[in-house]
Design a protein around this ligand. Structure first.
Ligand SMILES: Nc1ncnc2c1ncn2[C@@H]1O[C@H](COP(=O)(O)OP(=O)(O)O)[C@@H](O)[C@H]1O
Ligand SMILES: [Mg+2]
Length: 273
């Protein structure tokens, strides 16, 4: 009897890190042009199921464009974008995206915002999603009653309520103050560990990328300029030597510095904005 229970819990744990909870992504020679301007140049990129990938790069280098292709909000001009070996055609149920702006409807309660578009017995499911982001008691409140960080929590709940296999995050914490940001990072990391979905996080904050991601990709002029693994145990400590070295390595590459590599770190710079 005991053995059966143990066995089934092992199966569950393994399943939590593999399909269908998480999606595999593949871009093959993905190109995106707007008129004469080529924004993504024959991009090749594969993301494993359950992987936490961060994409960093200067403003205008094509990060959001890439995310829109993955979300099915826009089509590649040439090449292929596949999720779980299927070509992305329009918005898919298994993929959710979160932006820097919360995009909550001000005339709907938090619970209604989270349950938007759901049918049947949606309230308990939406309430549970609010609980997971620490706002279980606030379902009947209005978005205007919340702080910026709390609104982003609701936006996260709205994405998670659909049990996504792929969570796309386009600088979702960009407008938050430093402490709220770290709280949100911890929340996202915890939920990702628990649920096992794949994450693609765009951030201008190299520190955030190193704190959260298994792997950091630098986009440069629509091409992959750098692709590094972050082999550090979690939770990660910003004060560790490895953390500092990795942050510096990425920043140096972004800023193309060859001399005095420690200067920006001494000045506390870790943002690409
Ligand atoms: N719909 C569009 N039409 C024309 N140009 C666009 C469009 N979307 C993005 N671009 C251009 O593509 C480039 C990359 O944009 P974007 O992906 O938003 O950059 P990032 O998110 O890295 O800051 C920019 O030069 C931007 O002006
Ligand atoms: Mg962008």
């Amino acid at each position: 009897m005991n053995l059966t229970i143990q066995k089934s819990s092992v199966v569950r744990n393994v399943a939590a890190r593999t399909a269908p909870q998480s999606s595999a992504i593949e871009l093959r020679s993905a190109t995106k042009r707007f008129g004469e301007k080529t924004v993504l140049h024959a991009l090749d990129l594969a993301v494993q199921p359950g992987e936490f990938l961060a994409i960093v790069g200067r403003s205008g280098c094509g990060k959001s464009t890439l995310l829109r292709l993955l979300a099915g909000l826009d089509d590649a001009t040439a090449g292929e974008v596949t999720i779980d070996n299927g070509r992305v055609r329009g918005v898919s149920q298994g993929t959710r995206i979160m932006f820097q702006e919360h995009r909550l409807l001000p005339w709907r309660t938090l619970l209604q915002n989270v349950g938007l578009g759901m049918h049947g017995e949606w309230q308990p499911i939406a309430r549970k999603a609010l609980e997971q982001v620490g706002l279980g008691e606030r379902g009947d409140d209005w978005p205007s009653m919340l702080s910026g960080g709390q609104r982003q929590r609701v936006a996260l709940a709205r994405a998670l309520v659909h049990d996504p296999r792929l969570l796309l995050l386009d600088e979702p914490l960009g407008a938050l103050d430093a402490l709220t940001r770290i709280e949100m990072q911890n929340l996202i990391e915890g939920l990702w560990q628990k649920k096992g979905f794949t994450v693609v996080l765009i951030t201008h904050d190299v520190d955030e990328a190193i704190a959260l991601a298994d792997r950091v990709v630098l986009l440069e002029g629509g091409r992959v300029g750098m692709d590094i693994r972050v082999n550090m145990s979690r939770p990660r400590h910003r004060s560790s030597t490895t953390f500092g070295e990795l942050t510096e390595q990425v920043l140096n590459r972004v800023l193309q510095r060859t001399e005095e590599p420690s200067r920006s770190m001494r000045n506390g710079v870790s943002s690409l904005k």
